[in-house]
Ligand binder design. Structure first.
Ligand code: SDX
Length: 374
């Protein structure tokens, strides 16, 4: 392939952004200038969602108004609940999320209005409703009744409540909330760039987020957190981990949860999420997965010098919380709706149709032969 082609846009800067800064050289990530790890320490996901969408952290009054708007929009239409009930039980929850957001677009009264104000309101409605749609499917496919959202719970608590009928202890909620903060935004990753590309033709936010969900589903991107858990369950015990990983590397297999296009000496989010994975394991007295985690991490580093990415600690953490594996990437969606929405609004504010070039390497020009001559 000729040198002027950068497959996968490797290393290509295509636009500017104010939403987040990924700094591999110092292993750091900031959302609107605030370090992600500090936001995990001092804020709840709702404060970070407000920050990413509104460019600064909220004060008490702003947060109360934002939370009220989000809570008031959590419930779904009767039609959407009934459509979710009709979805095939074997559907992947990522396809449920993609379809639900698409239907939210059909129902939304401001679908044709792509002004910043309307997009902000639509972003909050999508942020509010997506957990409800996912939790409804979580219950329905197990033959259980839907549990409607509660307004006196925050986003993390309410998701557990709608899925399981109760809110777990606060340390579990905190670890889940931290994962939502860490998943919220990460500059021009493939699903965010998908959202920006769709927006660049001036299409609507529901369509852009529907496309972004489809992109995030892939195992090279968000789908990796589910694949990490499938891998760990195949390994079964920490005693098998060394043999398993070396066998995979010998077969040149891609080990899910490791590597990153931008971070080459470690994903800045991993130390924080790994800390909370260990906290959850200690609390629930489940040390199998953290032990397996360490063995796999050390072997990938020593053999390939490849570091884990944020999906690696998230998988086992959600598993220890008792969440179904195929809901891990949908949880990523619940959070990344904030980042996608901020980028969609940023693209609108300074748009240029995204349309790269390609280098033709097919047949040269040739004459068409009539059918009876071919
Ligand atoms: C996310 O971009 C973002 O910001 C994404 C994200 C976000 O917040 O939005 O951070 C979230 O998507 C994290 C990534 C989750 N994906 C995975 O865990 C899947 C496994 N990872 C790999 O597929 C890979 O690391 C990618 C796709 C993530 C990045 O790969 P690149 O940058 O395209 O690099 P590459 O695939 O060309 O790999 C370079 C070399 C290759 O070896 P050689 O062919 O040069 O000998 O490193 C090797 C690869 O084989 N390699 C791996 C590996 N990752 C890279 N080898 C084994 N296992 C891996 N996981």
């Amino acid at each position: 392939m000729s040198d002027d082609i950068k497959k996968g846009l490797l290393g290509i800067v295509v636009d500017e952004t104010e939403v987040s800064k990924v700094m591999p050289e110092i292993n750091s990530l900031t959302y609107r200038g605030y370090a992600a790890q500090d936001l995990c320490e001092y804020c709840r996901f709702e404060e970070v969602a407000y920050l990413i969408l509104n460019k600064d952290l909220p004060n008490t009054i702003q947060l109360r108004k934002f939370e009220k708007e989000e809570k008031n929009n959590r419930d779904l239409s009767k039609d959407l609940y009934s459509i979710i009930k009709k979805m095939p039980k074997k559907s992947h929850p990522m396809d449920v999320a993609r379809t639900a957001v698409s239907i939210m677009g059909l129902e939304d009264k401001e679908t044709t209005d792509s002004s910043e104000e309307a997009n902000m309101r639509k972003a909050i409605r999508i942020l509010a409703k997506t957990p409800t749609a996912l939790a409804a499917f979580y219950r329905i496919r197990k033959g259980k009744n839907i549990i409607k959202p509660k307004k006196n719970l925050n986003i993390a608590e309410n998701f557990f409540y709608m899925c399981f009928g109760k809110v777990p202890q606060k340390e579990i909620v905190k670890a889940f909330d931290v994962s939502l903060i860490l998943y919220a935004e990460h500059s021009f990753n493939v699903s965010t760039f998908t959202a920006r590309t769709i927006t660049s033709s001036l299409s609507d936010i529901h369509g852009a987020i529907t496309g972004a969900i489809a992109s995030l589903k892939g195992p090279l991107h968000g789908g990796a957190n589910e694949e990490v858990m499938h891998m760990m369950n195949k390994i079964k015990s920490p005693n098998n981990a060394l043999k398993w990983i070396n066998n995979a590397l010998d077969k040149k297999e891609v080990v899910m949860g490791f590597g990153h296009r931008v971070y080459k000496s470690g994903d800045s989010r991993v130390p924080t999420m790994k800390h909370y994975m260990f906290k959850v394991a200690k609390l629930l007295n489940k040390d199998k997965y953290p032990k397996m985690y360490e063995i796999l991490e050390n072997e990938m580093l020593s053999k390939k010098n490849i570091h884990p990415n944020v999906d690696f600690p998230c998988g086992p953490t959600y598993y220890m919380m008792g969440i179904d594996i195929d809901f891990y990437t949908p949880i990523f969606v619940m959070s990344r709706i904030t980042g996608w929405s901020a980028h969609i609004m940023e693209q609108h504010a300074s748009n240029k149709l995204i349309r790269p070039l390609s280098k033709y390497k097919g047949e040269e020009v040739r004459e068409v032969m009539l059918l009876n001559q071919r």
